[in-house]
Write a protein that binds this ligand. Sequence first.
Ligand code: MSP
Length: 741
Amino acid sequence: MTDSSSKSNRFYLTTPIYYVNARPHLGHAYSTIVCDAIARRKRALGIETWFLTGTDEHGQKIERSAKAAGCTPQEFATKVAGEFRGLWDRLGLTYDDFIRTTEERHKRGVQKLFATLRDKGYIYKGSYTGQYCVSDEAYVDGPPGTPCPDCGRITETVSEENYFFKLSAFERKLLEFYEANPGFMGPESTRREVISFVRGGLKDLSVSRTGFSWGIPVPDDEKHVVYVWLDALANYITALGYGSDDPKDIARFEKFWPADIHLIGKEISRFHCVYWPAFLMAAGIATPRSVRANGWLLFDQGKMSKSRGNIVRAETVDEVLGADALRYFLLREIPFGQDGNFSFDALVQRYNGDLANGYGNLVSRVVNMVHKYFGGVVPVCDVQYLTVGTEKEGAIWNRAEFTISQFGPLFDDLNFSEALKSLWLLVAQTDSYLTAYAPWKKPAERSDAEHAALQARVLATAAEAIRVITALAYPVVPDAAAKVWRQLGLGEIADAAKRGFLKDLAWGGLKAGTKFGEPAPLFPRAEKDAMERMQSLEDENNRTAVEAASDGNGEDGGAAPAVAQRQEAVAAPAKAAEPKAPAVPAKPPAPVAAKVQTAPAVPAAPAAGSAAASAQPAAPQAAAEVTAAAGQALQISIDEFAKVELRVAQILVAERVPKADKLLRLEVDLGYEKRQILAGIAQHYEPEKLIGRKIVIVANLAPRKMRGLESNGMLLAASLEGGAPVLAGFLEEVPLGARLK
Ligand code: MSP
């Protein structure tokens, strides 16, 4: 099935298409930047390359997000897709096509694929009752209440008449396919995981939904929409032209399919390595050559994601240090395939160490000296030094040749980190070479002629090393490389790339007599304030997002919550262990001295002398003092408050947790998603009476486990004397998911 024969001089690579329920953040930028670097290198090797990215716009999740934001799904999708595209343009990413799954060309292709699968007997009608994770748009095995194995959110029970794809028929075929194509998926952890998933047995897969309408109608049965993953995966072929009758589209599809690399996040490997090849095999279409999974970008120890509220925006890094700094950091710092930490601190250290003091400084020294000593013209240097060489020139020359031979295979194997490490050894070696010869210093015993010859030799050698470094580094730091190319007097590097200049990169390309361009700064050293600037840009964005949300037109209408910053600043989670039983007053006391607490999911019995315990019901003055004391105890800024995401939710299910007499398991609806929350209110509230109540929850609290069940958020309640909780609620009508501020 994998066509690895012909088409060797063309290359097709894709990013995942991004859900439009969240604004783009660094996690999304990561995959797209990796693809951009690969695409640039392939083009510069003279390979005809097609780089596809886009947005995934259908499905229940998007429909709900749009509803919460008060607009149509199409309006909603158009806005967020524009943000993705705008960011890719701002970062200078060289995608050849940006597909939106709401486009007609995609719809046509998906319908053709669906009809083909049905005509070939691989799709049949049945009914499905089971669990579905709306957030991941995935079917999940297990009884009602089962959390999604991927994201931990509570699944919903769906019961629908559906179309099914005969995935079970592909179990053996897929295993044989993996065996015959060991390079099909990577890294090794992904390969093992996928193979063990398939070995565990494949069940037929429901490939249509009826409970909502935001999707592509099933051909000839329009009450069904195509399952969003079948819809989304098909983008890789519909964008090339599958489904079109236009000869240009047909030719593009024939030229570029099958894809050389589908670059994906590790959590979506099952969809790409199991479902996608099975769909293609069933339809009689060639399977992709490889699927490569990147690890997660972590921030504050957790996967950077909207729902965790720990995102950083690529715009922030771009604004303060530039897009090249971000690209270099992501590719150098994180071994591809592994999870990697992002921090402003590590970013600035890499930037200063490798770019400002390393490459940037080397270029600036050499270019300035060529201007100073040779009027900006590459000097003639004794050829024998470059080919045979004295010990040191020979070392640079050898190192450069060695780097050229090593960098390509490492990079093409997606081992960017090692490739860059080896390239930066050449930077360091050239730097030490300059320092060792110190062409700016003429010892008294050296004649003028000897000194001029040495300067010529050293500067020509160093400049040539810079040319080699820059050519190899171009796919990673294209803006800086373009500047250096001009300074070396070589013109536009983008034009050189179009001519495939990397194909025959070898030592000796910088000719004597080449006129250098003007020196220009590359990577100005980042001072201490760089980190603070990035942090405050994030805080500022965070604040405006919260304000926009409260005006009803921001991303926060349930769609994409504000960029809440570091999680440690969010309200402290309640203890996971159940507390000692609080004294239950016969009648709730008058709620005069109640304080709102953000940790009542399992209310802690107030310690004697604590504010809540010492509040006396009948003494308004004492109550005022308690409030004042509480206010003085901890003052927070508006920015800090903005980090806590309080939202309106409605209780759908409430039930006691076996063997935990204080805990209730709640399923709550936030409008844009449903979740499970555990709350220690069982002794004060009858579960049945809670159904339908609107409450307030802290929505961006990190998930935690209690009694083996995951709690995703916590509800807010006033804590009365003795710890009795009174749930916060509303007198007026409020929409689900609305944010409190
Ligand atoms: N729409 C699906 C993909 C369909 S592809 C046919 C989807 N979208 S997503 O927006 O949730 O994620 C898109 C990609 O972004 C995934 O590959 C995911 O791994 C990646 N990332 C999102 N957050 C990330 C990090 N924090 N780190 C690295 N990649 C991350 O899944």
